[in-house]
Design a protein around this ligand. Structure first.
Ligand code: FES
Ligand SMILES: [Fe+2]
Length: 394
């Protein structure tokens, strides 16, 4: 894909300065939050060549379940195939280019184009071309169907999240996720990963915010704003009990807390990860995995908060909640506790809206140069800015 040159949109020096040492660096310039032309450049240099989240496997549970998703204008389809695997295809018919699927649906056996009914199986193979050779002639000489299959997108499911690499140039997903898995191996084993279940109710919410997607990521990875934006949370998990997380490979950054305490209802608590060690019982970690995913891991639950950029100044945030084992995630016995935990996190995430929308509003100022970073408090944020800057200029 080819968008404009970066230098046609932003003075490249403004991006280079982001990469400097934290005490000399400025943040990304206003254009990265306000300029509509920049969005397409960012899509092509930050989203499609990295592993980006576009949905969850649990939202398409049965073979034939199909969900469309537009990745900053690129139409895609997530489908569960007959072998129960998640597949992602470009959402465009090979005939005259009609969009194939425009809302979530269940396909019986085929994906049928609404225009002239060319039909594809769940492997993306073109299997029916009605009347292609004239009325009631469904074949035509010289037309080889196999050359008009749907175009598949490289995808991978991890912890229920569907990641795609649209231009196929990112390194292998397993290699990309390894630094985070290695970090979290002190909490959970590979086998523990298989125990996570999406909550049957109080399992997700969506929020639309008037902010560029990057503000959500950079706000999430720092604890500096805890006392001012989350005074209640700061009382139980004080800023002093937090530490920074910065991945050496610059794939994620965030914060950890040493004061997590489980929700309870009388004696009832959620099941915990079997391999989580006792001495880390009160630890929890919150990381932004670049570009568009925010994760939280605790001894008894896991959540994912992923971002769908709608425009330069609008983002849809999707929150997904998971528990350890089916009983905690799905049984009626735990419904009230799930509700309590859900409301807790929903309130925290709501408190952040004013912060990220406030940053968006400030970016209208023509004199703002990307600002400065606290060398002590803002290093996870700077790491994200640097990662974006390096992708923009790669
Ligand atoms: S555009 Fe899809 S069948 Fe014609
Ligand atoms: Fe926050």
């Amino acid at each position: 894909m080819k968008s404009k040159n970066l230098s046609d949109i932003i003075e490249v020096e403004k991006i280079e300065i982001v990469k400097k040492n934290i005490s000399e660096a400025h943040g990304l310039p206003n254009e990265c939050y306000t300029n509509d032309e920049y969005l397409e450049y960012e899509r092509d240099h930050v989203f499609i060549n990295n592993w980006t989240v576009i949905g969850t496997a649990s939202s398409v549970p049965v073979s034939g379940d199909t969900k469309p998703f537009d990745l900053i204008g690129i139409p895609l389809i997530i489908i569960r195939d007959k072998n129960q695997n998640i597949r992602v295809f470009h959402n465009v018919c090979s005939h005259r280019g009609h969009k194939l699927v425009d809302k979530q649906c269940k396909q019986k056996n085929l994906i049928v184009c609404p225009y002239h009914s060319w039909s594809y199986d769940f492997n993306g193979e073109l299997v029916r071309t009605p009347h292609i050779g004239g009325l009631n002639n469904h074949e035509v000489e010289g037309f080889d169907k196999s050359r008009s299959n749907l175009k598949e997108v490289r995808s991978k499911v991890w912890m229920d999240l569907v990641f795609v690499n649209v231009d196929s140039r990112a390194k292998d997903f397993d290699a990309s996720i390894k630094p985070l898995e290695d970090r979290w191996s002190k909490f959970i084993s590979k086998d523990d990963q298989k125990l996570i279940y999406h909550a049957k109710n109080f399992g997700n919410f969506e929020m639309s915010v008037n902010s560029n997607w990057k503000f959500a990521i950079e706000n999430y990875c720092e604890s500096y704003h805890l006392p001012s934006i989350h005074p209640e949370l700061n009382r139980v998990s004080n800023i002093e009990d937090h530490y920074h997380i910065e991945d050496e490979d610059k794939l994620f950054s965030g914060q950890g807390s040493k004061k997590y305490s489980q929700q309870f209802d009388g004696n009832k608590k959620f099941s915990t990860f079997p391999s989580w060690p006792n001495h880390l019982y009160e630890n929890s970690e919150y990381v932004s995995l670049f570009p568009n995913l925010m994760l939280g891991i605790h001894v008894d639950h896991f959540f994912a908060f992923w971002l769908e950029p709608l425009s330069m100044t609008q983002t849809k945030e999707h929150f997904e909640m998971y528990y350890v084992g089916e009983e905690s995630a799905c049984s009626n016995d735990y419904k009230e506790l799930r509700e309590k935990n859900f409301i807790f996190w929903q309130e925290v995430m709501n408190e952040d809206v004013s912060a990220i929308e406030g940053m968006q509003n400030g970016r209208k100022s023509p004199i703002y140069n990307g600002g400065n970073f606290s060398p002590i408090m803002d290093s996870p944020t700077h790491l994200f800015h640097k990662w974006v800057a390096e992708n923009l200029t790669a």
